[in-house]
Design a protein around this ligand. Structure first.
Ligand code: ADP
Ligand code: MG
Length: 560
């Protein structure tokens, strides 16, 4: 009866699920902690790998935080933010993806008791932001520059950074081997910023040690026609012609219609087609090129024609490979064979087709502009090579970053402990509640060394106590977890180095994510918002304030 007299105020459609207030915030924090628990054990050289398989039966074995987070298919809206920051760390710096997730979750975990006690999240956010900017300044202060060193010295420093990244991966056992390979590859491409100039080709079989670096381009032999066997497979300083046209006899289009009055004319039409392709082939040969590559098909006629003239050809070369050949050899991709001038032809010292495992590879080495490099990866299982590729990608990114920013910090939790100490000291000088919050932030930073210990089976409390003591003494700024003995060691002396930018980006992104999650106090789930039906219903609701509410609920979650 009462409900008839007092009409209900409908703000949201039926079925809309809202959760708000402190409870919601705590539940978001719990979700983030749960997600971080999924990648927690992968951190560091003694970290474990994860095997993720989906309903299609694809299995992936990985140690990389970003890869795992992507594969997890997280549905919790707040926890998704963690997957986002892992992804952004991956694209910004390439490494430190587990670190960033762990830090963000730990910041939240430390904030949880305060939230439960009724502290307004904005007080926490403000203190976290201050702490973060102080931490960043401190890192910049502590970072050691490798600028001004000779190339040889720089190479050594860079391979130390690459080795640190690789030490936590499946291929960690061969980290020196791969680290120097990665450094050579990155130095080979020079200052060019395009990552795809370093190609990674995977050939299952053999052992890791059979992997090799080509200072130039290598790609798998493309599909070929009869006549290919007669083509020469090795050239010294050949001219190289790159095309983006088909060299194939065209079959008539099904709907083409030609009317003839005299059967003899038919021959002339057939001849015309042959003349066109012979004319094209002739022009390629006349250009003086010894190697002809095309993005499109090179048919059997052309293959035989080139074979008779001692020319090597390959059709259907992947666009990426063709671009890299162009960058390496100085050739320009042609869309017509008319007027091929010498300037558009490229060259390299040696071209050869070589057997790698049970694949044949076309390899261009000694390229003049030298701006490409290709790593041919060998190894047992497919999953293994896939993971090796991801690991090398991390290492390549790290070396490029280190080369660009050229500052490094000690790893193994050393820098985290030092910043933690610094923030604790600072906290003591301030009055009020923010002292507690900054302390919480400082404590959260210790998660990195703690997790490194846990994953290696060391007594984390013991090691952390030693580390705190060492750092507090004022002369142990570089001390971190010693992964070999279970004690503490000077990370700089042990060459556990990381580019400063990894830590800077990780702290920045993790703080941002934590603050973002702390600022959300309401999640609204709109069941039909994605269907067209939902759109129609929403506009019908316009007069009742429906969309306005939806807008508000969505605010904090925009990064989804
Ligand atoms: P992420 O995805 O965050 O890069 P990793 O599994 O690669 O995670 O672990 C990186 C962490 O391991 C860094 O904190 C780094 O300092 C530490 N680390 C790497 N190599 C060593 C080592 N030899 N000794 C101690 N710590 C190491
Ligand atoms: Mg790493």
């Amino acid at each position: 009866m009462a409900s008839m007299l007092q009409p209900q105020i409908i703000l949201l459609k039926e079925g809309t699920d809202t959760a708000q207030g402190k409870g919601q915030l705590i539940s978001n924090i719990n979700a983030c902690t749960a997600v971080a628990d999924a990648v927690r054990t992968t951190l560091g050289p003694r970290g474990m790998d994860k095997l993720v398989h989906d309903e299609k039966g694809n299995t992936t074995i990985s140690n990389d935080g970003a890869t795992i987070m992507n594969l997890l298919d997280i549905v919790h809206p707040a926890a998704k933010i963690l997957a986002d920051i892992a992804r952004s760390q991956d694209s910004e710096v390439g490494d430190g993806t587990t670190t960033v997730v762990l830090l963000a979750a730990e910041f939240l975990k430390e904030a949880k008791p305060f939230v439960e006690d009724g502290v307004h999240p904005h007080n926490l956010i403000r203190s976290y932001r201050t702490a973060s900017s102080m931490a960043l300044k401190k890192i910049e202060e502590l970072a050691v520059s490798i600028e001004g060193k000779s190339l040889e010295e720089k190479k050594q420093l860079l391979s130390k950074c690459a080795a640190t990244t690789l030490s936590s991966k499946l291929i960690g056992g061969e980290k020196e081997f791969f680290a120097s390979m990665v450094v050579d590859a990155v130095i080979a491409i020079g200052n060019d910023d395009r990552l795809n100039l370093i190609g990674i080709k995977k050939v299952p079989g053999g052992t890791m040690r059979d992997s090799f670096l080509v200072k130039g381009v290598a790609f798998k032999k493309t599909f070929s026609y009869a006549g290919f066997e007669q083509q020469p497979k090795k050239f010294l300083s050949p001219k190289i012609l790159l095309l983006n046209i088909e060299l194939e006899l065209k079959s008539e289009k099904e709907n083409a219609e030609i009317r003839l009055s005299d059967p003899l004319q038919y021959q002339s039409i057939v001849d015309a087609e042959w003349n066109i392709i012979y004319d094209k082939l002739d022009k390629c040969v006349k250009s003086g090129a010894k190697i002809v590559l095309s993005r499109l098909a090179i048919g059997d006629l052309a293959t035989q024609y080139f074979a008779d003239r001692d020319i090597f050809c390959a059709g259907r070369v992947a666009e990426e490979d063709l671009k890299r050949v162009a960058a390496a050899t100085g050739a320009a991709v042609q869309t017509t064979v008319n007027n091929i001038i010498d300037e558009v032809l490229g060259t390299c010292e040696v071209f050869e087709e070589r057997q790698v495992g049970n694949e044949r590879f076309n390899i261009f080495s000694g390229c003049p502009s030298g701006q490409t490099a290709t790593i041919v990866l060998r190894g047992g299982a497919d999953q293994f090579i896939e993971e090796a590729e991801r690991s090398l990608h991390d290492a390549i990114m790290i070396v490029r970053r280190a080369l660009k920013n050229s500052t490094v910090v000690p790893g193994g939790g050393a820098i985290d402990m030092e910043i933690s100490k610094y923030l604790r000291q600072h906290a003591r000088t301030i009055a009020g509640k923010s002292q507690l919050f900054i302390n919480a932030y400082a404590k959260a930073l210790e998660v990195i060394p703690r997790q490194l210990c846990d994953n290696a089976g060391f007594d984390a409390t013991d090691v952390l106590n030693k580390l705190r003591q060492k750092h507090a003494s004022g002369e142990g700024a570089n001390y971190g977890v010693d992964i070999n003995t279970g004690g503490i060691a000077d990370s700089f002396a042990n060459f556990v180095w990381e580019p400063a930018v990894v830590k800077i980006n990780a702290i920045n992104a993790a703080t941002e994510a934590a603050c973002l999650i702390l600022s959300v106090d309401e999640t609204v789930k709109n069941p039909k918002s994605e269907s067209a039906q939902g759109e129609a219903a929403a506009s019908a609701m316009a007069g009742r304030g429906g969309p306005a509410m939806r807008g508000r609920g969505g605010r904090g979650m925009r990064r989804r």
